[in-house]
Design a protein around this ligand. Structure first.
Ligand SMILES: Nc1ncnc2c1ncn2[C@@H]1O[C@H](COP(=O)(O)OP(=O)(O)OP(=O)(O)O)[C@@H](O)[C@H]1O
Length: 372
């Protein structure tokens, strides 16, 4: 049996109030595997969603925090006692998050944290959910968010560089829409800042994609060896023949017509390079899920490499996502990491003999009983 890794972020206790159909739930989680079973609509995904919200400040199912508040209530809250691995020198940390129409309330060790980005830095959570295949074939915004979330965790200056870029972009776009028109000279003022910050955003992404590739390919070989993926390629968001400054200059008249900036890292993307002449839309749904799963595990492995500890790993409705063979490969891999893992399913799960001791929970109508 594997020892649970000391280099993993873990939640010991979690308390959830008025979140989706969970009225008031308190759980003591195992350091290794935690399995939540129950019928459809019982509240299993809501448990994973609460953990995800604590780590990201947003849900993987909705962009509206108001949807998460239990019907008839005005506020939800999530509280957790966590061991934050190496990144926080293994200290126990108490995290509390509440949301109501008045906004977020965030507390770390009973002290108010005014800014959401400071709060969510604490608890990295990587979630595989039934919508994850969108990461491969869905809009580029999802893939940018995937990369930039990782950069937020591993590059200390990424957030401030990204904010500089976003501010300059808003200002250039406002100038492009000015009813009085905008001269090249005025545009060039915003472009200077866009080029400086945008080039750094792109350089960060380029380094990260190269590291992601290094993690991704061996993971693919151990979890989904039949998948025809040969690599990962970053797209900058402007023509590869020119630098960003030239691309912005050349795009001015078309940008004026459209009223927004059409080139730059805000249009960047990354794509898997598929073999056998396949396009992303030609992957089967299951292959898309496997590709997304492998990307998310590579993301977790990079967090581990940079921060020193594994994030909490969540898999929603695992049996519906993967066939038996891929499930077994995934569980085997997960059990070797020593990460804390949360899994939901409508039926029971066979864990590999090498897995650390698991805790089983049964979920029914928003109530949760610990079975083992
Ligand atoms: N804001 C809310 N307030 C109260 N109930 C909600 C809210 N949002 C969703 N629900 C209900 O919560 C229940 C639990 O949903 P959840 O997605 O967690 O179930 P699940 O156990 O994962 O189900 P499945 O196996 O079908 O995916 C559902 O019945 C849903 O209708």
């Amino acid at each position: 049996m594997n020892d649970v890794s000391p280099l993993a972020t873990r939640i010991g206790l979690i308390r959830v109030e008025s979140f989706r159909n969970l009225q008031s739930v308190e759980l003591h989680l195992a350091d290794g595997f935690n399995f939540f079973s129950g019928g459809n609509g019982a509240g299993k995904t809501s448990v994973l969603e609460a953990v995800h919200v604590l780590g990201h400040g947003r849900s993987f199912r909705t962009a509206q925090a108001g949807d998460l508040v239990r019907v008839g209530r005005e506020r939800f809250s999530i509280f957790a006692e966590c061991r934050l691995g190496l990144a926080a020198a293994g200290h126990d940390t108490r995290l509390g998050l509440g949301w109501s129409r008045d906004g977020w309330t965030l507390r770390r060790n009973n002290e108010a944290v005014p800014i959401l980005s400071d709060f969510v830095r604490n608890l990295p959570v990587v979630t595989l959910d039934p919508g994850s295949h969108e990461l491969i074939s869905g809009p580029s915004e999802l893939r940018r968010r995937f990369l930039d979330w990782l950069l937020f965790h591993v590059e200390p200056d990424f957030l401030s560089v990204w904010r500089r870029y976003a501010r300059a972009l808003r200002q250039r776009n406002a100038a492009l829409r000015s009813p009085f028109g905008v001269s090249d000279r005025e545009l060039s003022v915003w472009e200077k800042e866009l080029v400086e910050a945008g080039t750094r955003v792109h350089d960060h992404r380029e380094r990260l994609v190269s590291e992601l590739r290094t993690e991704f390919l061996p993971l693919l070989a151990s979890i989904a060896p039949g998948l025809p993926v040969e690599g990962i390629r970053l797209r900058s968001g402007w023509s590869s023949d020119t630098g960003l400054a030239d691309a912005l200059r050349e795009g001015r008249s078309s940008d004026r017509e459209r009223g927004f900036t059409q080139r730059g890292p805000h249009r960047g993307d990354w794509r898997l390079q598929l073999g056998n002449g396949l396009d992303h839309d030609q992957l089967s749904r299951g292959q898309g899920k496997l590709a997304a799963l492998t990307s998310l595990l590579a993301q977790a492995a990079l967090l581990r490499k940079h921060r020193g500890d594994w994030p909490v790993l969540s898999c929603d409705d695992l049996a519906a996502e993967l066939d038996d063979e891929h499930q077994a490969r995934l569980l085997e891999w997960l059990s070797r990491t020593g990460a804390q893992v949360l899994i939901t399913g409508t039926s029971t799960l066979t864990l590999p003999t090498t897995a650390p001791p698991a805790r089983m929970f049964h979920v029914e109508q928003g109530r949760i009983a610990q079975l083992l």
